[in-house]
Design a protein around this ligand. Structure first.
Ligand code: TYM
Length: 339
């Protein structure tokens, strides 16, 4: 069976970008024939950015409830919290010892942090933790520990998947049998073409770090307000509008069918007013989100149930895959067998 795996960092409230970039395609994929799915809450990753325990916990609950509300079935999908599978940490170290430092120097998130320091006239690494630097290795461990074949993500994560392939390949090369046994299969990123990067309110990539997100499950009125606050240019009603580079159009496209998108493209050319376009977007998003929102509210009201689902998922997963793999890997590299 093809293994599909993806995670979301528990550093905040899930937004429309997470939904269209990861959750919606992942839940759809999990319903396909011949698929084994692994979806998780990346809470070790959250510590890189968030040093507020209450926020990590709240976000974990919100993201778990979101996956479940969006149709993930914990009976047929492996659904777990990353830190409930401590074998991930042990694999992270084994991969750290084969990962090229030069490759990590080129990771986008790290390079962006260095660039910001340079612009501010600081030392390159001022205020940057080793955790941020090592982020791609931890993510590679997430993926390789379950031998994922496909990883549905937004475009911002492609480089990380390529690095996971690189580390997995090096490990195979060093410790595998060239003719037979390979420890890791090499993952591929799966990108939804028409929503590869969903823009936020200000037109930049929708991201917790830019504070420009539309949370997935805000009350209806607030959703409307947020959508009406999307930045547009100053062209008046009646003037033709550009779809290219329009955040409003890209958001619409992420939620609408091909036909609806075509009709909106013509409406832009015909000079639809921004207010009408925003109203159309609001209605389109709300139609899809409203039924999920109701389920979400019921789920978030019962944290104990969510906790149970997560713990059971991780316990079975450790026993089935993580512990046996680590046993093999320890032996492969020359460490003692703990069992
Ligand atoms: P994170 O938490 O930043 O985002 C979770 C998922 O949402 C996607 N995404 C977007 N997609 C389209 N448009 C946007 N504006 C947008 N913003 C976010 C992301 O691409 C991602 O798919 N490192 C990962 C979490 C992670 C992971 C993994 C993912 C940890 N281990 C292993 C896959 C496999 C992250 O921080 O995603």
């Amino acid at each position: 069976r093809t293994r599909v795996l993806t995670g979301i960092t528990t550093s905040g409230t899930p937004h429309l970008g997470n939904y269209v970039g990861a959750i919606r395609p992942a839940v759809a994929a999990s319903r396909g024939e011949g698929v084994e799915s692994f979806y998780f809450l990346a809470d070790y990753h959250a510590l890189i950015k968030v040093q507020e325990p209450a926020r990590v916990q709240r976000s974990t609950l919100e993201i778990a409830a979101t996956w479940l509300a969006c149709g993930l079935d914990p009976e047929t999908v492996w659904f777990y919290r990353q830190s409930d599978v401590p074998e991930v940490q042990e694999l992270t170290w084994l991969l750290t010892c084969v990962a090229g430092k030069g490759l990590l120097n080129r990771a986008h998130a790290y390079k962006a942090a260095v660039d910001r320091n340079r612009e501010a006239g600081e030392d390159d690494d001022a205020g940057i933790t080793a955790g941020l630097f090592m982020y791609p290795v931890l993510m590679a461990a997430d993926i390789l520990i379950f031998n994922a074949d496909k990883v549905p993500v937004g475009r911002d994560q492609i480089q990380h998947i390529e690095m996971a392939r690189d580390f997995g390949q090096r490990f195979n090369h060093l410790y595998g049998d060239p003719a037979g046994k390979q420890y890791f299969s090499l993952p591929e990123a799966v990108i939804e073409e028409n929503v590869a990067t969903l823009p936020g309110l200000d037109g930049r990539k929708m991201s917790k770090s830019y504070d420009n997100t539309i949370p997935l499950f805000v009350p209806r009125e607030q959703l409307r307000k947020l959508i009406f606050s999307i930045v547009t240019d100053s062209s008046a009603p009646g003037e033709p509008k550009q779809t290219e580079g329009s955040a409003l159009f890209q958001l619409y496209q992420a939620f609408a069918s091909r036909e609806e998108t075509g009709a909106m493209r013509r409406a832009f050319a015909d000079g639809i007013g921004w207010g009408d376009a925003k109203q159309a977007l609001f209605e389109r998003v709300d139609v899809e989100v409203a039924p999920l929102r109701e389920k979400y509210e019921a789920l978030i009201a019962d944290p104990a149930k969510i906790e149970l689902i997560l713990r059971e998922g991780a316990a079975r997963l450790r026993e089935t895959y993580a512990a046996p793999l680590l046993k093999q890997l320890r032996e492969a590299v020359g460490l003692r067998d703990l069992s």
